[in-house]
Design a protein around this ligand. Structure first.
Ligand SMILES: Nc1ncnc2c1ncn2[C@@H]1O[C@H](COP(=O)(O)OP(=O)(O)OP(=O)(O)O)[C@@H](O)[C@H]1O
Ligand SMILES: [Mg+2]
Length: 294
């Protein structure tokens, strides 16, 4: 069974008398245990998709299921750990009180709630601030509490709208580790982001949304492999100096064989790779003429 199934989803917002097409016939499936990165420039429709999946707004046409259940059913939402784009909490509560409130909303038994609260506070490095009112929380701390409340009830699917947003490098590393740990536990994660380098490290697959349309979907492994344009071979040359030789993919084996036959010391072979950022930018740019010609 697909954990998430999106079928021909379209969404039009009506603003005054104008219609804004935010999603255009989006279809997508996410498998169990998959970490899926949802990339797209500002205004592409990422949050709109996520809001439909979590039934905060309704699609104009099309449908979506979560664990086979229509996404507009409360039963579907019970099985999701959700981080909104701009998490905001009752600021008179402390982090611990807020998590207790969240746990009760998910019918977590009192007996396990306190222990689980401490676990997620520790995971997000919030234990020291646990008893402070949320009014004084910084942007990064609020984001980390957003992640803590999404993890609390330990569901099988996580939907994060820009989980790295507002976090410093330590916080971003923390989120990457959390996502990798979720994957190791067999959980499924669907998250939107702009940070392609983070996607490269944690995702199995990426989809790129441009102006509400899914314009590319592929495994990160495949994107990275097809992005190799050649190699740089670093050798210890004459006079003991380091030299670099640039070769194409097809030349690699032959050049290495010749160097070895000549007893040349090979110090390093590095791929010259297109990274995910290049793929992302190229994919978006490729859409520009299409859209302009409409
Ligand atoms: N409530 C709304 N009313 C009117 N238009 C909206 C509304 N929400 C979103 N839109 C429009 O729908 C389009 C998609 O917005 P959305 O927030 O889904 O993009 P996004 O990919 O999440 O962007 P970002 O990366 O900036 O978060 C944009 O043109 C946006 O202006
Ligand atoms: Mg958004």
């Amino acid at each position: 069974m697909n954990i998430v199934e999106i079928n021909a989803l379209s969404k039009e917002y009506k603003v005054k008398k104008k219609r804004i097409r935010a999603l255009d016939n989006l279809s997508l499936t996410i498998q169990k245990g998959e970490i899926f990165g949802f990339l797209g420039p500002n205004g592409a429709g990422k949050s709109t998709t996520i809001k439909i999946l979590t039934d905060q707004i309704r699609a104009t046409s099309g449908s979506a299921t979560i664990f086979g259940i229509q996404s507009n059913k409360a039963e579907a939402r019970r099985q999701i750990g959700y981080l909104p784009e701009n998490p905001a909490f009752y600021d008179f509560m402390t982090a611990r009180e807020y998590l207790s409130f969240t746990g009760k909303c998910f019918n977590m038994p009192e007996s396990s709630l306190a222990e689980r609260t401490n676990q997620v506070l520790a995971t997000l490095d919030l234990l020291d601030a646990a008893n402070r009112p949320l009014k004084g929380f910084s942007k990064g701390m609020t984001q980390r509490l957003g992640l803590a409340q999404a993890l609390l009830h330990d569901p099988d699917l996580f939907i994060f709208d820009e989980p790295m947003s507002g976090l410093d490098p330590v916080g971003r590393a923390m989120v990457k580790k959390i996502i990798k740990d979720l994957k190791n536990k067999g959980k499924t994660v669907f998250f939107s982001t702009h940070i392609t380098s983070d996607v490269e490290v944690v995702c199995d697959r990426v989809g790129i949304l441009v102006k509400g349309r899914l314009v590319a979907i592929d495994s990160v492994e495949h994107i990275m492999a097809t992005g190799i344009e050649g190699y740089i071979i670093q050798i210890r040359g004459q006079d003991n100096k380091t030299e670099e030789i640039k070769v194409s993919n097809s030349e690699l084996n032959g050049v290495i064989a010749r160097l070895l036959a000549d007893n040349v010391k090979i110090e390093r072979v590095n791929p010259v790779a297109h990274n995910l950022e290049d793929f992302f930018l190229d994919t978006i740019q490729a859409q520009v003429p299409t859209n302009e010609s409409q």
